[in-house]
Structure formats: structure tokens, C-alpha cells
Design a protein around this ligand. Sequence first.
Ligand SMILES: C[S@@+](CC[C@H](N)C(=O)[O-])C[C@H]1O[C@@H](n2cnc3c(N)ncnc32)[C@H](O)[C@@H]1O
Length: 229
Amino acid sequence: MSDIPLSHIKSFVRRAGRMTDLQKKSYQGLSDRYCVDATQGLLDFTSIYGRQAPLVIEIGFGMGISTAIIAQGEPLTNFLGIEVHRPGIGKLMSEMESKKIDNLKIIEGDAVDVLSRSIPEASIRGIHLFFPDPWPKKKHHKRRILSPAFVALAASRIAAGGYFYMVTDWEEYAHEALVTLSASTALRNSATGFAERREWRPVTKFEMKAIKAGRLIRELYFLKTPASP
Ligand SMILES: C[S@@+](CC[C@H](N)C(=O)[O-])C[C@H]1O[C@@H](n2cnc3c(N)ncnc32)[C@H](O)[C@@H]1O
């Protein structure tokens, strides 16, 4: 384990990344409606969503394919997607507009900063971490978002009875994550080892490709222990 402070290692590389015209138009035209400013301290979700409802956060939603489907399928839950990749933010916002998804908001930024500075402790129902960058080279493993320090931070934001749900197709990362999550006293495994896919989690094109290539999809579903801080 590294002793470098959590916020100093970035789990992503900000690439200029070309945006399609639609993504650019959505990013410019819809940010005021769907994006939340997370630079002003703790967020007040009742005023952001205009209602009180359980909140689920998705970290690193990519192009937001699963995000939009899950949010649309669960209208009584508030969703918050955190991503640094602008084309993905633009893409998801255009989807939200066309499908009229209004229980989902977006924060553009590093999820580690957002969780630590803007999300009150024990306030959320769940965290989704789907296919995080595996950083396959050994010298880059320290960039993996799932570390003991990250798990402690994430678990502290989840309310008692809430959940942490990670999915990966990178076998070695899956085993490392299983060890790290199992070592947390704030969480307990809902399964023995890896979990079953939650049937509400859509299977994306990316995932189908991984399956076709012979990779296993590993699901880790942990619950916040009621007694933990
Ligand atoms: C491999 S992609 C997976 C995208 C999506 N979850 C999926 O299943 O297709 C990982 C995503 O996580 C984002 N990401 C990585 N670290 C992040 C961080 N600290 N905060 C926000 N997003 C992050 C990257 O920009 C990238 O879009």
C-alpha cells in the first residue's frame, strides 16, 4: 500500500478528447440544467433535486450508458454521476434531455475530491463503481481508484444499510479489490467472495466485448455495517 495522500494520485488522465458536435452542444447548452457546482463545500441534495429521496452516486460513468438506464428505471431515487471526461458528460446530458431524465445530476470533477469535500458523511444510499480504469502496468497500480484509503472515504459517505457496488473485467484488480473491501471494518460482503450481477445493472457493449474476449465479469457488492462510524 502506498502512503501517498489519496488526493495526490490521480486515477485518470485528463485527455483533450475530441467531442462530437452534439456532445459539445449538450455540454455548452445543458450544463446549467444538469451539472452541479461542487466547489462550495457540502452539497444540499434536497435543494438540488427539489425533493428528499435516497441518493446513489456513480463514479466514473464514462459515456453514461448504464447511468441513464439505471436512473430512468428508478425514478424514486436521486442519482449523481461524477466524471472528468467531458465528451462523456456531454453525451450523458444529451441522453438525459432526450429521455427526460430528471432524477440525475452530474458533477464534473475528481470523485475523490467530490466525496471528501462535498458529500456529507453517512448521507448516501449507494456508490456504483463500474469498470474503473484497471491501470494494468504494475508501476501504475497506485493509480487505481480502489485503495484502502478510497474505500474508507467511500464507506464513510454511505449511510447504514447502504451499499458499495463495483464491477470489473480485470481479474487481478477484482481480487485485489475483494481483499481491500473485505478488510474494511465499515463494510461487509453481501456474498461469499464475488457477488451475482444485480439484475437492474445493464450489460453494456463494452461488457459484451469483454465477455466475448473470454474475460470474467466480477461483481463486488458490499453493505455498510450499521455499527460503523
Ligand atoms: C474504464 S472507464 C469506465 C466507464 C464506465 N463506468 C463504463 O462502465 O463504461 C473509467 C472512467 O472513470 C473515469 N474516472 C477515473 N477516475 C476518476 C475520478 N477520480 N473521478 C471521476 N471519474 C474518474 C474516467 O474518466 C473514465 O471515464
